[in-house]
Design a protein around this ligand. Structure first.
Ligand code: HEC
Ligand code: HEC
Length: 182
């Protein structure tokens, strides 16, 4: 009974809030996907997916707050993006920045994005977020840095088999070369 009430309350608040505070997600998204109770919204913009999926997995925008995306996604910062040059033309950059900020952690209803928004942190790296650090702190270096099929904790999709769908649940993890982990 209580569960049912909660669901109705959540749905009606979603209907009110869409297209206002949470402009990045529509009511249809909400009704279609109860996944949001656990996960992140997967990347839905083709330009972002292409430009930001070249060197690594295209991170769902809800993994960082807009303050982080603004620090990362400007012409100066992209010239030296973690040691790489990730420059793009001004129109493309504007689109990518708009997508990232409109779908940033604080604009998303997905439960794990809320957690990140509520942390108040705005680092340059997802892997610097306390929440992300905590859930990975017990994984030894030989499974990450020294693992030729992972190399870095930044390569989310090396272990999270459904990362592209925005799903990071521990039961969907498979660490390459360590089939018995978990
Ligand atoms: C030319 C290659 C390249 C492109 C293009 C690129 N990146 Fe990166 N990105 C990197 C490298 C290299 C790192 C550091 C990875 C590591 O430390 O293992 C990185 C790291 C990141 C991180 C931090 C990940 C962490 O450790 O938490 C974010 C966030 C990020 N990139 C976002 C983007 C976005 C958004 C775009 C699209 C505008 C983009 N990147 C395009 C090369 C690139
Ligand atoms: C070396 C493999 C590996 C990489 C790379 C990795 N993860 Fe994980 N991640 C794990 C494992 C294993 C767990 C489960 C930890 C546990 O529950 O004991 C986990 C848990 C999580 C959780 C919590 C899931 C839950 O059910 O509570 C989130 C969120 C997450 N990872 C996000 C990310 C993101 C974002 C990245 C990339 C920036 C990333 N992970 C990179 C292995 C990895």
């Amino acid at each position: 009974m209580l569960k049912k009430f909660k669901l109705i309350a959540l749905l009606s608040s979603a209907l009110f809030l869409t297209n206002t505070a949470f402009a990045g997600e529509t009511t249809a998204d909400w009704l279609l996907s109860f996944e949001r109770m656990k996960n992140f919204k997967s990347v839905t913009d083709k330009t972002y997916a292409k430009e930001c999926g070249e060197c690594h997995f295209a991170y769902p925008a809800g993994l960082l707050p807009s303050a982080s995306w603004e620090k990362l996604l400007n012409a100066t910062a992209l010239k030296n993006h973690f040691g790489d040059n990730a420059e793009m033309d001004a129109a493309t950059l504007e689109r990518v920045l708009d997508y990232a900020t409109n779908n940033a952690a604080e604009k998303s209803w997905y439960k794990r994005a809320r957690k990140i928004a509520n942390s108040g942190q705005a680092p340059l790296r997802i892997t610097e977020l306390r929440y992300i650090k905590r859930v990975h702190e017990e994984i030894p270096a030989n499974m990450i840095k020294d693992n030729k099929d992972v190399k870095s904790l930044s390569m989310c999709n090396a272990c999270h088999t459904q990362a592209a769908k925005g799903v990071f649940d521990s039961d969907t993890v498979n660490i390459p070369n360590f089939p018995d982990y978990n």
